[in-house]
Design a protein around this ligand. Structure first.
Ligand code: DC
Length: 228
């Protein structure tokens, strides 16, 4: 049995996984790892290098030229791609539009999962994504499966993009992108998004971030060596 504690958070796109993961990590003093940022950074590399999204061989070759690192700062997820901080750029629409295709490639997943498992080998972590409780850490002590009304999710993501200066993307664009990614994530052949049998469902359509944090903390507390 693993000695370190792993909290796995999976769920649909833009339903607040990272908000909960960051808040939990901060409260518990755990390391937060945003696995989606890794697939996004690989996708950014593919876009920047004009690699055809259908050319899987070229994408797999590109993995040898990609080095990803996380830098923990204020429990925000800061990721570097070959030494360059790309945390903002990977959230933009060009990456969101292509990331499902890139993350469906088996070899890409194998490499990301290998890196993720290494990061969670000995430290207490909170990791969010789509396959954390089902593939990356099947033995995670606490698993959440998050969901929320698709319209609410699109509105939240839209506001986030606007606050970051993207005034070109419409609410409809965001809604369609989320619907497309949900479909791609749940139907892909390699590690599709499904709820692990032992995952706790958390629907946050009608609850505040504070309420969901409290709910999650109550589920994690029994697993802590000393009550925090
Ligand atoms: O969590 P996110 O929206 O930033 O993730 C971006 C994409 O990466 C998402 O559409 C699916 C993929 N992803 C994945 O396949 N497996 C993960 N563990 C995390 C993300």
């Amino acid at each position: 049995m693993r000695k370190n504690l792993v909290v796995a958070i999976d769920g649909y796109s833009s339903c607040g996984k990272s908000t909960l993961a960051k808040a939990l990590a901060k409260k518990l003093g755990f390391i937060y790892i945003d696995s989606g940022a890794m697939y996004r950074a690989v996708t950014l590399y593919i876009i920047r290098n004009h690699i055809d999204i259908n050319n899987h061989k070229a994408i797999i070759d590109a993995l040898h030229h990609i080095e990803l690192n996380f830098h923990a700062r204020d429990y925000e997820s800061h990721i570097t791609l070959n030494g360059e901080e790309v945390s903002e750029e990977i959230r933009q629409m060009p990456v969101s539009e292509k990331v499902s295709d890139v993350s469906a490639i088996k070899e890409v997943r194998t490499e990301m999962v290998r890196q993720q498992q290494r990061m969670g080998k000995s430290k207490n972590i909170v990791m969010d994504g789509r396959d954390i409780g089902t593939a990356v850490f099947e033995d995670a002590q606490v698993k959440f499966f998050m969901t929320a009304d698709p319209k609410i999710r699109a509105e939240r993501r839209f506001k986030e993009l606007q606050s970051k200066g993207d005034h070109h993307t419409s609410l409809e664009d965001v809604f369609e992108n989320l619907a497309h990614r949900d479909y791609a994530d749940t139907t892909r052949k390699e590690s599709p998004l499904i709820r692990a049998e032992d995952a706790i469902i958390l629907d946050n359509t009608d609850i505040t971030p504070d309420e969901q944090l409290e709910f999650a903390l109550n589920k994690v507390r029994p697993h802590l060596p000393q009550q925090l």
